[in-house]
Design a protein around this ligand. Sequence first.
Ligand code: DAH
Length: 339
Amino acid sequence: MEEQIAKIKENSIKEMSQCNDEKELNELKVKYLGKKGELTKVLRGMGALNSEERPVIGALVNKIRDELEALIENKAQEFKKQELSKRLQTENIDVTEPSKKIHLGSLHPITKIINEVEEIFLGMGYQIADGPEVEKAIYNFDKLNTPPDHPARDLQDTFYITDDILLRSQTSPVQARVMETQKPPIKVICPGAVYRSDSVDSTHSPVFHQVEGLVVDKNISMTDLKGTLEMFAKKCLGENTKIRFRPHHFPFTEPSAEADVSCFVCGGKGCKVCKGEGWIELLGCGMVHPNVLKNCNIDPDEYSGFAFGFGVERIAMAKFGIDDMRLLFENDIRFLKQF
Ligand code: DAH
């Protein structure tokens, strides 16, 4: 039996020297040291030995196993080293080479204005609401007191996907979605992209951005609306900004108004930005029409509300002194870099 063990040792060492890689080495390990391996077989056969021989052979097998394990481990380390030096030779990384310059981008002026507006309204306790840009006509129009025969529903006014589904022409449909799902008190702003089938020129684009505002609670009046807009205008456009209301019509508010702000460039004297007027048209607003409240399951006898909506591009253009809306959408880095 001792001879058999010596033979196993000899063979295994010979085969080990012929191993070319770790995989072959592993196979060898299984062949000799595995559960069904050569050495294990010897241990199994020990039943036939007498009680004197058994411990001697047992110790011998264990010794050989330890030796083989150590040899295999050594060999494995050798393969690892070889592999590493091969990689070090072929994968040549020059850590001293100057890295490629990373060009940091900046926020788009529209995003900047939206962020700023959000900050201001969050500070006044508003929440930010979101709604789909591909919208149902019923939300974009019907629920907002704009019946099917209203001229705003003309095919020329927005992009229709089907008769009932369109690209929203305003952020006002988010109002209806919020009122349907939340109980008053409601205080939200809804920023987002809107679409109209306008031809592109220096003041028009088929896609632009609006921010909608909506407050519904008990005893909300026009003074709340005016105070809120005045506060917003001062924070966004400067402490000395004044605000004025002009009567207007929107189907979803009654009464409705357009709000102008005193020109924050010339202070009201008249300049290029305000076209000599001293005032800049800022937004549409009004008291939420009782029909709109009713359409959204809010009792107009118990609650009232105000709403407003403005174009983000207009504010960005006035604030940053941009004279052509197209610049905001062309994404010319030389232009965008300035903000
Ligand atoms: N949705 C209107 C527009 O696109 C703007 C507007 C006017 C929104 C009055 C309002 C509002 O919420 O009360 O022209």
